[in-house]
Design a protein around this ligand. Structure first.
Ligand code: PEP
Length: 250
């Protein structure tokens, strides 16, 4: 099980980032059977890399090339150098505000795998698509395009993040998340084979908090979370860590 704190473009100072990271790190139980990763803004990756003892580092994005004339981008080699373990790719906010395409996300996922970074590949439907009964169609498309020409993996997380549930306080129902998780795994089994599907773990993201985390684990049977807003609140995130410690299966 993996719990990721996606801080997005927060907090506004290095001091606050270090304070929060230290506090979160101290709540991670060394003996626990699940992993906690912090995904801070890019500028805080280096200082956090020096600070974290128990939590892992996760990048919020990366470029697919190793080096060169790509102003503003960060490469997989640079992330590896900072001991980053996971990288979020295809987050809906990047798809929306930065116009990231499925094709670009696919290049990034391939590059992450090549450089032994563990991709946290995000997919999810818009509210309108869900209301028209097109959730599975949208997810199939994103899975097909985002994982195009990828046949071998050692580890891959797929974060199911319904766009309408992100930052809205309105989480997906536990039963719906369970249906989607099963759909993702059976789609991958069919398209990529048993071995590939076995190596994939499905996370849920979208208004996760200390009250709903337990049922997402027990009813939806997701293998972890991508947590946005609640990960900036130490009290709330600490409770989520405790819930994962209590209920996680692996
Ligand atoms: C996210 O952006 O990945 C996310 C899940 O945000 P929130 O928890 O705030 O809905």
């Amino acid at each position: 099980m993996l719990l990721i704190a996606n801080w997005k473009m927060n907090p506004s100072s290095l001091k606050s980032a270090l304070d929060l990271a230290r506090e979160i790190d101290s709540k991670v139980l060394s003996s626990s059977n699940f992993k906690v990763a912090i995904a801070p803004p890019l500028v805080y990756l280096a200082p956090l890399s020096q600070t974290l003892k128990k939590a892992s580092l996760c990048a919020q994005d990366m470029f697919y090339e190793e080096k060169g004339a790509f102003t503003g981008e960060v490469s997989p080699l640079q992330l590896k150098d900072l001991k980053v373990k996971y990288v979020i790719l295809g987050h809906s906010e990047r798809r929306k505000f930065l116009k990231e395409t499925d094709e670009l996300v696919n290049l990034k996922v391939k590059s992450a795998l090549k450089h032994n970074l563990v991709p946290v590949f995000c997919i999810g439907e818009e509210l309108e698509e869900r209301e028209k009964g097109k959730t599975e169609e949208k997810l199939s498309f994103q899975l097909k395009e985002g994982l195009k020409d990828i046949f071998e993996i050692s580890e891959l997380f797929i974060a199911y993040e319904p766009v309408w549930a992100i930052g809205t306080g309105r989480a997906c129902s536990f039963e719906e998340a369970k249906r989607v998780k099963d759909f993702i795994l059976s789609f991958l089994k069919r398209e990529k084979g048993d071995d590939f599907a076995r190596k994939v773990k499905v996370l849920y993201g979208g208004s996760v908090n200390s009250k709903n985390a337990k049922d997402f684990i027990n009813i939806s049977q997701v293998e972890g979370f991508l947590v946005g807003k609640a990960s900036l609140n130490l009290k709330e995130f600490s409770k989520i860590i405790l819930t994962c410690a209590k209920f996680s299966r692996s």
